[in-house]
Write a protein that binds this ligand. Structure first.
Ligand code: 13P
Length: 252
C-alpha cells in the first residue's frame, strides 16, 4: 500500500491578508501538478475564500483548522459547519489539535463529534493526537494516544478511517524547536497503525499518519524515511514560503 506524502500547513492565528497572499503566490509557483506529494494549506477561517481564489488552477489543497461539532445548520453562534467549509473550497479539516484541546477545553467526545461532522460533510478530517511532556515523562504516551484514538474509532467506527488522516503531534514538540527524533515518532506512529490494524488491517495499511511538532526543511527527510510517517503537519515553518517549500520538496 503506497501512501502519498501529505505536507499540511497549519497557519494557526497568524498572518495578515496581505502576507497570506504573498505566501500563497510563492507556494503555488513552487508546486507542480505532477508532484509526488500533496501540499495542503489550512489558513484561518476568514481567509479561506481568498486563499481558494489565489489557488485557482493549483494542485495545492485547502483545509480548515477547526469545524463545528454539530452537523447541519442551527443556532450555534460563532461556529462554522462542514458544509460551509465545503462551500469555500475545503477538502480537509483539522480536528482535535492540542491547542483546541488544551486552551478551549475540547474533550475526546467533542473531537469525535467534529470528526464525524467533517465526514458527514464530505471533508477529510485530520485527527490530531499527542501527549504532553509531563505525560511522556510519566511513561503515559501510549496510554494517552490510545485513549485519544480509541475515542474516535469507537464513536465513528474503524471504517471511517478509510477517509481520514491521523496526525501525531507530541505537545512538547509543538512550537518549541524540539522535534521528536524519527525513532520516537516512528514508535508512536507504529503504535497508532497497530491499534487501527487490530480492528481492520486493510484500513490501517492505507491510513496516512502525519507527524507534527517543529518540522523543518532540515528534519523532514529523516522523519519521512520512517516506515509509518507519511507526511507532516507544519505550524511555524508553513508561514515561511522558502522553508515550507523545502519541507515539501523533501517529501516529494
Ligand atoms: P510547529 O510546526 O510550529 O511546531 O507546530 C506544529 C503544529 O502544531 C501543527 O499543527
Amino acid at each position: 500500500m503506497t501512501r502519498k506524502p501529505l505536507i499540511a500547513g497549519n497557519w494557526k492565528m497568524n498572518g495578515s491578508l496581505g502576507e497570506s497572499r504573498q505566501l500563497v503566490e510563492t507556494l503555488r509557483h513552487g508546486v507542480s501538478a505532477g508532484a509526488s506529494a500533496t501540499m495542503l494549506l489550512c489558513p484561518p477561517y476568514v481567509y479561506l475564500p481568498a486563499v481558494r481564489d489565489w489557488l485557482q488552477g493549483s494542485p495545492i489543497a485547502l483545509g480548515a483548522q477547526d469545524i463545528a461539532d454539530k452537523p447541519g445548520t442551527g443556532a450555534y453562534t460563532g461556529e462554522v459547519s462542514g458544509q460551509m467549509l465545503r462551500d469555500v473550497g475545503c477538502t480537509y479539516v483539522i480536528v482535535g489539535h492540542s491547542e483546541r484541546r488544551a486552551l478551549y477545553g475540547e474533550t475526546d467526545a467533542v473531537v469525535a463529534a467534529k470528526f464525524k461532522a467533517a465526514q458527514a460533510a464530505g471533508l477529510l478530517p485530520i485527527l490530531c493526537v499527542g501527549e504532553t511532556l509531563e505525560q511522556r515523562e510519566a511513561g503515559e504516551t501510549r496510554k494517552v494516544v490510545e485513549r485519544q484514538v480509541a475515542a474516535v474509532v469507537d464513536s465513528a467506527g474503524v471504517a471511517a478511517f478509510a477517509k481520514a488522516i491521523v496526525a501525531y503531534e507530541p505537545v512538547w514538540a509543538i512550537g518549541t524547536g524540539r522535534t521528536a527524533t524519527p525513532e520516537q515518532a516512528q514508535e508512536v506512529h507504529a503504535f497508532i497503525r497497530g491499534m487501527v490494524a487490530a480492528r481492520d488491517a486493510t484500513i490501517a495499511a492505507g491510513l496516512s499518519i502525519l507527524y507534527g511538532g517543529s518540522v523543518k526543511g532540515a528534519n523532514t527527510r529523516s522523519l519521512l524515511a520512517m516506515a509509518d510517517i507519511d507526511g507532516g503537519l507544519v505550524g511555524g515553518a508553513s508561514l515561511a514560503a522558502a522553508e515550507f517549500l523545502e519541507i515539501f520538496r523533501a517529501a516529494a
